[in-house]
Design a protein around this ligand. Structure first.
Ligand SMILES: N=CN[C@@H](CCC(=O)O)C(=O)O
Ligand SMILES: [Mn+2]
Ligand SMILES: [Mn+2]
Length: 314
């Protein structure tokens, strides 16, 4: 590690009673010989959202997320680590920053850690998937069936031939899968029909994407969505979970580039996240699009922290 990891965001309440730990008291800076656990790695990047003509500020997301996670109660058995940040230095650095993040994520997985990457915009997804692909290459697996589960109001399947951005990661991954001869298995849950053009829905259909819209998340249909997800996961060897915080209603996540008028609530997402967590196939996860500049009383950061808390219960 070139630089010491900045642990200054990990601060908060300390209780005098025994067995009262919070995240800020339990999390440790990652060391080369750290035993397996969860490793948080920030991706401080505004370039993807800027290229996608969105509201920039996601580069400040990793720190805001750490600050919101810090005071939450610690219920884990296994350790959690802070692995620091990968920083993108301006628009022209985006692809190189994605490559740096991918390399770090692959190294974390090789050393037995389960990484959770903290965006940054959703261009983080191409970096995360590339890290997993690099890790699977190194472990010598032939044509692994990697399932991508994206909780998002957007399909993010824009054509990368125009510009690579926070709106293109899954189209980039589809191209990379085709080049490798790997199947492209993509589930996008929480999609807003109003926020995605016909061209994007058509691309999703062509690519065989499992799409469930925000309006599908009604009490009578939740079990069916859960079953569809279970079936999807059964057809995969490895899972990558990516959560775009704009899947949440604007009341739960105002601090994103494109807040959702309707959205899917934390309560509705909870059983899906637990199913992914408990699948035994989850290799890495990320959270994208937290923009503290547009947050209100840390609502979005708190929602994101709650998601990490839930995802990491062991
Ligand atoms: N990662 C974000 N993707 C969305 C943003 C939409 C918007 O800014 O309105 C997209 O490109 O579709
Ligand atoms: Mn989105
Ligand atoms: Mn997205």
């Amino acid at each position: 590690m070139a630089n010491a990891i900045d642990m200054s965001a990990w601060a908060g309440r300390e209780d005098p009673e025994a067995d009262s730990l919070r995240w800020h008291q339990a999390i440790q800076p990652l060391m080369p010989d750290s035993p397996p656990g969860v490793a948080l790695l920030g991706f401080a990047c505004d370039a993807g959202v800027a290229r996608n003509k969105g509201r920039i500020g996601a580069a400040k997301g990793p720190r805001a997320l750490r600050r919101a996670l810090a005071p939450l109660a610690w219920h884990r058995q296994a350790p959690a680590y802070d692995a620091g940040d990968v920083t993108c230095h301006g628009d022209t650095d985006m692809e190189a920053a994605q490559a740096r993040l991918a390399e770090r994520l692959a190294a974390l997985m090789a050393s037995g850690q389960r990484p959770i990457a903290l965006g940054g915009g959703h261009e983080i997804a191409f970096a995360s998937w590339s890290g997993l692909a690099r890790h699977l290459d190194a472990s010598g697996e032939d044509k692994p069936r990697v399932g991508i589960i994206n909780l998002d109001a957007h399909l993010d399947l824009r054509d990368p031939a125009h510009v690579r951005s926070s709106g293109t990661p899954f189209a980039q991954i589809a191209e990379a899968c085709e080049a490798r001869g790997w199947p492209f298995r993509y589930a996008c849950l929480g999609v807003s029909r109003a926020a995605n053009t016909r061209a994007l829905f058509n691309r999703a259909r062509e690519l065989g994407v499992l799409v469930r819209e925000d309006r599908d998340f009604q009490p009578t249909r939740l079990e069916a969505i859960q079953r569809d997800l279970e079936r999807f996961m059964a057809r995969c060897d490895h899972l990558y979970l990516t959560i775009d915080l704009d899947v949440l209603p604007a009341a739960e996540a105002p601090g994103v580039s494109a807040p959702a008028a309707r959205g899917v609530t934390l309560a509705q997402l909870e059983p899906l996240i637990e199913a992914v967590r408990d699948s035994g196939k989850l290799r890495l996860a990320d959270l994208a699009e937290l923009n503290p500049d547009h947050d209100i009383d840390q609502r979005t950061a708190r929602s994101a922290a709650r998601l990490i808390h839930q995802l990491t219960l062991d």
